[in-house]
Ligand binder design. Sequence first.
Ligand SMILES: Nc1ncnc2c1ncn2[C@@H]1O[C@H](COP(=O)(O)OP(=O)(O)OP(=O)(O)O)[C@@H](O)[C@H]1O
Ligand SMILES: [Mg+2]
Length: 352
Amino acid sequence: MNYFERVSALKKDENAVILGIESSCDETAASVVVGGRKVLSNVIISSATEQAKYGGVVPEIASRAHTDAVSEAVRRAVSDAGLTFKDVTAVAVTYGAGLLGALLVGVSYAKALAFSLNVPLLGVSHIRGHMAAAYLADETLKPPFIMLLASGGHTAVIRVDTYTKTCVLGGTIDDAVGEAFDKVARVLSLPYPGGPNVERLAREGKNVVPLPKMLKNQGGYNFSYSGLKTAVINYTHTCEQKGENYSREDVACSFQHSAVDILCDKAIEACKEYSLNTIAAGGGVIANGYLREYLAEKCRNKSIKLVLPPKIMCTDNAAMIAAEGYIRYMNGDFSDMTLNAKASIPLTADAE
Ligand SMILES: Nc1ncnc2c1ncn2[C@@H]1O[C@H](COP(=O)(O)OP(=O)(O)OP(=O)(O)O)[C@@H](O)[C@H]1O
Ligand SMILES: [Mg+2]
């Protein structure tokens, strides 16, 4: 029997111990999750400080940092969980989307580890991982529900019908919301990573700068962020050309309102249209404090249950990869040793 036949023949265990590995961008992460819901460890080694010197992620620096950190992250994840490698039921790894060189570090490591432990290898979509973080936040969460996905590269409203079946109701037609936060941060001379810094500045400002609410009351569940970013650039440049002072705090606050409100409003609308009473959210932008408050209040008013992962589970981590890996494991979607990294994959792609 070859490796794939051997692991496919193993009996499934509902309390499977999944070791997740994530290396799609600038975080080398490893985590152990039991039964798809309980996080035993969550190690994140970030190269963000190194990347900040260049104002963004440099792919080659990210790949090298993953190569240095991956063994330590995995070893710590297993020992923090109070386990040994013998206890691992399956290894889940992000195979895409992301930086190719960075992904290859995690995928190669996971392949070797799964082969040597003789356990299933689970190739996981990073975006499915962001969505699965909600299952870690609320052990009772079950489909169907509406998923609001808001990250650095993706923005979408998704109907989650079952653990494996989803329907994308709409998404961004240009920039992702996280990308818009990062670009506006640059306009306001804020350092990388942009999102949290825009949020911090926005706390000191008022929502008084007139900015467009792109695709409000139109475009179905689609979003558009490039016009909003351009409006911020035009506003600041016009003020500078006229020699007028403007408040960076007010620009940050007004941008945040325009970017966030529409996301939440469309997710609420989807709940109404599909008669669902739960919204779950995932992706780095869901760490935004203003978004969390705004969405929570809207959901309270409409008696909609809201599942927000803790902030550390919104940005890139490996617990979410292990959680999605568990779904793949229970579904028997095992990968073989031909698993390869992919820079881009469809929004809700299944396992490879
Ligand atoms: N507090 C915050 N407020 C707003 N945006 C935030 C906040 N924290 C993080 N972000 C944004 O979230 C993004 C990072 O999230 P995430 O890690 O999910 O993205 P990614 O992995 O780069 O992209 P993707 O997951 O789509 O492939 C960045 O664009 C960052 O600016
Ligand atoms: Mg991400």
